[in-house]
Design a protein around this ligand. Structure first.
Ligand code: PLP
Length: 254
């Protein structure tokens, strides 16, 4: 069985980032190869600091991986333009592999995860190379740069993001008000697909849900599911995870 290549940052609290990605793959009984882009020091409440891994070391991690063993790529934190450039070169050489980019710009613990020049490079270099982009509402608003009247509308946001180059865009609407959480998948030349799930009270407080969703989607894509199927299965997986966290009270004890 092929592995998922996880590219991203370490959150030393374990709530998000590549440790959460790896945990997700263990639950799905899937294997992982890892390339670390940054080390962060944070708790659920406070972001202390972040150290970007030098581009040369990232490049070496990627070149040490046997790409014949990889079935899909999941990309999370990319701290700066240098790491984005390394990734763009790697994706360009591996266009045959499905890739999921979760564009993490900031952490709910309060830290900046990507420099502003890094975000510009990610938009121009990386988006045209990825299969699926999975922004949350604020990340999609940042990337889409729409007039404010359209900036809460998932369809306008996902279509504006789609124009930036990815094959498909999933805008996650969990931060919109309402009893339902809506996510919208847009693909070039295909009908939009809306995924609807009941809101779990305080579910938005659970950390690392975006990381886990993108990782699970990458896994289902590696299993030859199409975008709607992969997003549906991964969404169900993360919904069950949030429910478990919520029942255990773990996410909310402060
Ligand atoms: N820290 C790292 C290293 C991450 O990769 C991410 C998300 O991908 C976060 C923090 C943000 O996590 P959250 O906003 O879920 O707290």
């Amino acid at each position: 069985m092929k592995k998922i290549l996880l590219v991203g940052g370490v959150d030393n609290s374990g709530g998000a980032g590549i440790l959460a990605d790896k945990e997700t793959l263990v639950t799905l009984e899937a294997g992982a190869s890892v390339a670390i882009t940054a080390i962060t020091a944070q708790t659920d409440e406070k972001f202390h600091d972040s150290h970007a891994i030098p581009a040369g070391i990232l490049k070496m991690q990627l070149s040490s991986i046997d790409s014949n063993e990889i079935g899909a790529i999941k990309i999370g934190m990319l701290p700066n333009s240098e790491t984005v450039e390394v990734l763009a070169e790697f994706l360009d050489q591996h266009r045959y592999l499905p890739s999921v980019l979760d564009p993490v710009f900031s952490s709910s613990s309060g830290g900046e995860l990507c420099s502003s020049h890094g975000i510009e490079c990610l938009t121009s270099l990386l988006l045209p190379l990825v299969s699926l982009l999975t922004p949350n509402l604020s990340e999609a608003q940042h990337l889409a740069d729409l007039p404010s009247a359209d900036s809460q509308d998932l369809s306008s946001l996902s279509n504006a993001c789609l124009k930036l180059g990815a094959k498909a865009v999933l805008v996650k609407g969990g931060h919109l008000p309402g009893n339902l959480c809506l996510d919208l998948l847009a693909q070039h030349g295909k009908k939009e697909v809306v995924f609807e799930r009941p809101r779990i009270p305080d579910g938005v407080q659970v950390r690392g849900t975006g990381c886990r969703l993108a990782t699970a989607i990458a896994w289902y894509l590696s299993q030859k599911k199409d975008f709607p199927e992969a997003v549906k299965h991964a969404g169900d997986f993360v919904h069950a995870y949030i429910q478990r966290q919520s029942c255990s009270g773990k996410a909310f004890e402060k």
